[in-house]
Design a protein around this ligand. Structure first.
Ligand SMILES: *Cc1c(COP(=O)(O)O)cnc(C)c1O
Length: 389
């Protein structure tokens, strides 16, 4: 049993992937070939946003978005602590400071109430309202600029509340949609929920290529032009006229060609993922020990991961051991919240600062999840987990 079965998917698509790759080899436009704008148009149509700007990874998509806003030293960007390092590293690489916020216990996404407290704390430089990076508060203070909300495991964050909070303090909102391309929030699709959305085509994501890739989405034409420039060294109207400092952040034409083939069956895969998730939900509903994920009304997760909470760390350990004995892969996303990462130790966060993220990192684990998982396999996964006390 595979955690994510990319080989099976490739079998379904082999001829169209090979045809698309052959086309690129024939026309030879390896950089910014015609497949790039094709893909940008198809994906931005799908999510219902004006501009899609493809780029070299989900991380670079986040970086381009922050660069478009001119984020730099002294700026504070609010992010959940329970996420992948990329969400926060792009803030620090620009010299700005991440302010970590705890998650909602049901959705695993940034808690809007805590977010509001964190913004208030930064504005008034008062860490008694919400934990702040200790190192920074001693100096000049922090200038709140924006929020990066994460759609963890494929479930979109609460953008209604987040945008209202952002507007009050004139902050921008970026949607880290690396795990949620294909998800829905009320009548909107993921990637259409904030000022800029950033997704990833890392192979294991819901829509993955065969290498690194990403895309920014926005309805704001000014920001789109800036991000298009930033991804090609800050180019202006002429190739060797550079208007700003940028990066080499383009998506490869070959990866776009592969994504175009994969996108043809993507809506069916999203439906299949939903079916797999519903079967898991039924299998785990009998358990009093294991807590299956909850989906708030009006939201549709794309189930990038199917993550469960064990009772405690030792329960998780025995579950993972049992799964291993059944030859079933499992993983922990994430074993260490970002405010405890060594790279962020200069911010001097302390144990107890963000209790839900800290607790969940000890108890959470993820099980096989992909569109081609069979009911038989799911029964075995459930058996291995529910046999564990
Ligand atoms: C995967 C991921 C990223 C980074 O995407 P890459 O394409 O690997 O650079 C960013 N944020 C989250 C939440 C992710 O899961």
């Amino acid at each position: 049993m595979q955690f994510i079965d990319l080989a099976f998917q490739q079998k379904q698509l082999k001829s169209s992937i090979e045809k698309n790759i052959a086309q690129v080899l024939n026309h030879g436009a390896y950089i910014m070939g015609p497949e790039i704008s094709d893909l940008e148009k198809r994906l931005s149509n799908y999510v219902g946003v004006e501009h899609g700007i493809s780029c070299s990874s989900g991380t670079d998509a986040l970086l381009l978005a922050l660069m478009a806003y001119g984020v730099g030293p002294g700026d504070a960007i609010f992010v959940p602590s329970f996420t992948f390092i990329a969400t926060a590293e792009v803030i620090s690489i620009l010299g700005a400071t991440p302010v970590f916020v705890d998650i909602d216990p049901e959705t695993f996404n940034i808690d809007p109430g805590k977010l509001e407290q964190a913004i208030e704390a930064a504005l008034s430089n008062d860490a008694s309202l919400h934990p702040l990076p200790r190192q920074k508060t001693q100096s000049a203070g922090l200038n709140p600029r924006g929020i990066i909300a994460v759609d963890l495991f494929g479930l979109t964050a609460d953008y209604d509340k987040i945008s209202t909070i952002a507007q009050k303090s004139s902050l921008f909102v970026i949607e880290d949609a690396a795990q949620s391309f294909g998800a829905e929030n009320q009548s909107k699709k993921s990637c259409a929920l904030a000022d800029i959305a950033c997704t990833s085509f890392f192979p294991a994501k819901p829509l993955g290529c065969y290498g690194d890739g990403g895309m920014c989405f926005t309805d704001n034409s000014e920001l789109a032009v800036i991000m298009q420039s930033l991804r090609v060294h800050g180019k202006g109207s002429h190739k060797y006229d550079n208007e700003r400092i940028g990066i080499n952040g383009r998506l490869d034409t070959l990866q776009a060609a592969i994504l175009l083939a994969k996108f043809d069956i993507f809506p069916e895969e999203v439906a299949a993922r939903q079916q797999v998730a519903e079967r898991y939900k039924i299998l785990f509903s009998k358990s009093t020990d294991i807590c299956p994920p909850k989906t708030p009304a009006g939201l549709k997760s794309v189930w990038a991961q199917y993550s469960l909470l064990a009772k405690d760390q030792s329960h998780r350990r025995s579950i993972q051991q049992n799964l291993k004995e059944y030859n079933i892969p499992s993983a922990v996303y994430y074993p260490n919240p970002l405010h405890f990462q060594t790279a962020f130790s200069p911010l001097e966060y302390q144990i107890g600062d963000l209790p839900i993220s800290e607790d969940y990192s000890q108890r959470i684990f993820s099980i096989p999840m992909h569109p081609y998982l069979t009911l038989d396999d799911q029964n075995r996964v459930a058996e291995a987990i529910l046999n564990c006390r």
